[in-house]
Ligand binder design. Structure first.
Ligand SMILES: N[C@@H](CCC[C@H](N)C(=O)O)C(=O)O
Length: 277
């Protein structure tokens, strides 16, 4: 099985080309094996590249619309997620590199709906992330520290906590505690600094993947929360994550995410490897 490895601000993915949707990912075993950092390729998640006219896309209730390609995203633990902001930018880079779409703007289907991505062979990739919906305030406990946050739905669920607590001192390796009645399907938890000079610093614990170096949907959720904390509903926010810098745009109708997306390797999974190779 051919694969490509890529990342967006060090949020890393195994890209699995499976246009006809014949690979069985549903029991989670292959996803966990691919993503394992000692026994596998190592990644925060898998991006299966599958056509929208396949039974796999139909089973995911994907309305392809104009999109030919469905990003079937799986977290490292094998669980499904609706959307991945860094993943979709890497996915789009792969589509161009593989000659499956021309450079420019094109739609990609996800479980959260179709998103338009603007991509070339190199340079930053921008995705229209759709609206980010603010929800109720809630709390979380991160490594014994209770933090206030606000729910933000970016197609997938987030709890974004704007805090003056020292971010580096927080233990995000362990899953944060959260209100399971508000987030019955789990939640991604962001901790971030208050907005200063149009920028924030952000760390994240992702549902299904643990602490990651960056999270695109989390970055959008964090930017929306940081603007909300200063009474604003629109703006442009530079988000510095441990893995790199992303730019988020928030207007009344939608949000956008811009940043690097790199393909770094390709190979064959599961093929016998001869001695000495
Ligand atoms: N890293 C992604 C988000 C991946 C999904 C998330 N862990 C979830 O379960 O919702 C991103 O860049 O947005």
């Amino acid at each position: 099985m051919e694969f490509v490895k890529g990342h967006g601000t060090e949020n890393d993915f195994v890209v699995l080309p499976d246009p006809d949707g014949v690979v069985d990912l549903d029991d989670g075993l292959l996803v966990r094996a691919l993503c394992h950092r000692r026994r596998g390729i190592g990644a925060d998640g898998v991006l299966r590249v599958v056509r929208t006219d396949t039974p796999v896309a139909a089973a995911a209730q994907v309305d392809g619309g104009e999109a030919t390609w469905f990003m079937d995203y799986r977290n490292a633990d094998g669980s499904l997620a609706e959307m991945c902001g860094n993943g979709i930018r890497v996915f789009a880079r792969y589509l161009v590199a593989a000659g499956l779409v021309a450079p420019g703007a094109h739609p990609v289907a996800t479980r959260a709906g179709t998103r338009w991505v603007t991509v070339d062979h190199s340079g930053p990739v921008t995705v229209d992330m759709g609206p980010a919906e603010l929800g109720p305030y809630s709390t979380t406990v991160v490594g014994g520290v209770e933090l206030d946050g606000v729910a933000v739905d970016v197609g997938n669920p987030h709890l974004a906590c704007v805090t003056t607590t020292d971010l580096e001192g927080l233990d995000l390796a362990r899953p944060p505690r959260y209100d399971t009645s508000l987030f019955p399907r789990g939640v991604n938890v962001e901790v971030l600094t208050p907005l200063a000079d149009g920028a924030v610093r952000l760390r994240v614990h992702e549902r299904g993947s643990g602490e990651t170096r960056s999270c695109g949907t989390g970055t959008v959720a964090g930017a929306v929360a940081a603007l909300h904390a200063v009474g604003r509903g629109t703006g442009t926010v530079t988000v510095d994550t441990p893995g790199g810098t992303l730019l988020v745009g928030v207007d009344g109708a939608t949000t956008s995410l811009t940043g690097p997306a790199e393909l770094v390797a390709r190979g064959t999974w599961g093929a016998p490897v001869a001695a000495g190779v």
